[in-house]
Design a protein around this ligand. Structure first.
Ligand SMILES: O=C(O)CCC(=O)C(=O)O
Ligand SMILES: [Fe+2]
Length: 254
């Protein structure tokens, strides 16, 4: 579904499986995209843990996936988050882009939106990700990645939010398959990595989305998805995970 704004009906429809993806073109005005992108272009990006994320993906900010330990979250995450907030504040932006994104979701969701907490402490609010060589076929599901609940509040649904700031003239498509993880898919897992061989989605119906600058995209990341390699320019998106909590609130984390 492509729409001028996120609405309750669109988010509910995505959670229920009525829609594969919800896109809002021109979600962020061009001046604001340029402001964030201009600031990010001055920064040196880190890369995700190279053993797990190969081909490498660059990022600015801290994501919990690099700090998973024994089915939980390592102390290193909470320490790294301090640097994360300093780095983002250091960009000197005139607005908080993650807050802007949360507010747009809150306007579409009666229960409101908050940054999720674990052990009473706020999780990270989002990252800038740059998968120039693509993301392998994978799914994201906090219920499978962590023992018990990642957040203090259990989740009954999940979304992945992306806001595209720079897209390549060629490549960089997001591909989504009508296929959710099942045990036999493990045979297709690439060893020690987050991804799967593309044979895992063989025969499944798919949709390919070429992102545009300023567009926001919500998907249910429990469906297998991938990002194709980019050609000709950087592919930079702001992203965070969104859960539907049992209280009815949306809870974000990165
Ligand atoms: O960059 C994208 O379009 C999708 C990235 C992704 O894998 C996610 O948001 O879970
Ligand atoms: Fe993903």
């Amino acid at each position: 579904m492509t729409a001028p704004a996120f609405t309750h009906e669109l988010l509910a429809g995505l959670a229920a499986g009525r829609y594969a993806a919800v896109r809002v073109p021109s979600f962020l005005p061009r001046e604001r995209c340029d402001e964030v992108l201009g600031a990010l272009r001055q920064q040196v990006f880190d890369s995700y843990g190279k053993a797990r994320v190969d081909p490498p993906v660059m990022r600015f900010g801290v994501g919990v996936s690099d700090h998973m330990a024994d089915g939980g979250v390592a102390d290193t995450y909470w320490k790294a988050l301090q640097g994360h907030h300093e780095s983002w504040q250091g960009l000197g932006l005139s607005f908080d882009p993650f807050r802007t994104c949360r507010e747009a979701l809150a306007a579409a969701w009666p229960g409101g939106v908050a940054v999720g907490r674990r052990g009473g402490v706020e999780m990270g609010d989002g990252v800038a990700r740059e998968p120039n060589q693509g993301f392998q076929v994978h799914f994201d599901d906090a219920l499978r990645e962590y023992d018990g609940d990642l957040l203090d509040e259990p989740l009954i649904g999940q979304f992945a939010f992306n806001l595209y700031l720079s897209v390549p003239p060629e490549g960089g498509e997001t591909v989504l398959w009508r296929h959710r993880w099942r045990p036999e898919d493990e045979a297709h897992r690439l060893s020690a990595r987050y991804g799967f061989d593309e044979s895992v989605v063989a025969g499944a119906e798919s949709i390919e989305l070429a992102p545009e600058v300023g567009e926001a995209l919500l998907i249910d990341p429990r469906f297998f998805h991938a990002v194709r390699p980019s050609h000709g320019d950087r592919r930079i998106a702001l992203g965070f995970a969104v859960g539907i909590g049992t209280s009815g609130r949306l809870l974000t984390w990165a």
